[in-house]
Each structure stands twice: as structure tokens, then as C-alpha cells.
Write a protein of this length. Structure first.
Length: 168
């Protein structure tokens, strides 16, 4: 006798198929800027209250005041926890669909130039880490941003990572 349930939902791993002939809908420049600003606002809103409390507590403490120092330690701990939670959500969204929190809210995402999904490693290492390191080169941040006015609406960090930002 067959023990499988004929009414069970399918167990297949279903993924969206990218049609290479379909044109990609590039995200608007303003939407990309708004998503980047929104990401920074969210990160600041998550961590700044605790960081401010930490530094104010340290600034007002007197030498040997253990209660104040323990409050500062608690503020630092809460800041680290809040930062870890923010990182966890950001990594979760980027891994799932190539979207930061701001990109998810504004309905845009990062994909490879051929339309296939961009991996978390590609987004993290090439779009973020390498781009951040290059940010120490004078004038690089300005050049990076100005590349968005090209035909493919790709910033320099997009070109480095072979990615584009499209409407989700």
C-alpha cells in the first residue's frame, strides 16, 4: 500500500525563470537615491539612541562612579545588539531577493546584468566591501555616483560587481 499523501502540497523547489529576451526595468535614479538614504536613516534610527545614551553617560560620569559606568556598558551592549539585529534583517533580505531594507520598501532590487539573481557574496564583497575600500581614494565616491547618469544607470560599484538595480 502506498503511504504517500495524495493531498499533500508539492515539495518541488520552484524558482522564477528569467526571460533573457525581456527588457529589464531599470530602477529610477531618484528611487535608488531614496533607498540609500532610507537605509542610512533606518540604521541611524536603530543605533543612534543607544549610542547617544552611551556617550552622554560617559561624558557625565565622574571618576569612580560605578553606576554610571555600568549604565554606559548597558548602552554599549544594547547598541551592539540593535546593530546585530539590523545586520541580520539586512542580510536576510539581501540573500533572499537582492534587496536591502530600503530597496525592499521602495520595491527595487539588485540583480546581475543578465537578469539572474545576484548572490549575497557578490553584493556584500564587490558592491559593498570593495567599494568601501575604494572610497578612501580621493574623488572616487563622486565618480562612483556620477556613473549612474550613463545609459545603463550603473554606478561604478555596479560595474565592478556586474550588477544592475531594477524594479522588483
Amino acid at each position: 500500500m502506498d503511504s504517500s499523501n495524495p493531498y499533500a502540497p508539492p515539495q518541488a523547489d520552484v524558482r522564477d525563470v528569467v526571460d533573457p529576451s525581456a527588457p529589464l526595468g531599470y530602477a529610477d535614479r531618484g528611487t535608488r537615491l531614496a533607498a540609500a538614504i532610507l537605509d542610512q536613516i533606518i540604521a541611524a534610527a536603530v543605533m543612534m539612541p543607544f549610542m547617544t545614551a552611551f556617550f552622554v553617560t560617559l561624558a557625565t560620569s565622574q571618576p569612580g562612579d560605578e553606576a554610571i559606568l555600568s549604565m554606559a556598558a548597558a548602552g554599549a551592549t544594547i547598541t551592539l545588539i540593535a546593530g546585530a539585529v539590523w545586520c541580520w534583517f539586512t542580510i536576510r533580505y539581501v540573500k533572499r531577493n537582492g534587496q536591502s531594507i530600503g530597496k525592499k520598501l521602495l520595491d527595487i532590487k539588485v540583480v546581475r546584468t543578465d537578469g539572474s539573481p545576484a548572490s549575497l557574496a557578490r553584493i556584500f564583497w564587490l558592491r559593498n566591501v570593495v567599494n568601501s575600500l575604494l572610497g578612501f581614494v580621493p574623488a572616487y565616491p563622486i565618480v562612483d555616483v556620477l556613473f549612474i547618469f550613463g545609459e545603463g544607470r550603473q554606478c561604478l560599484h555596479d560595474k565592478l560587481a556586474d550588477t544592475i538595480v531594477v524594479k522588483a
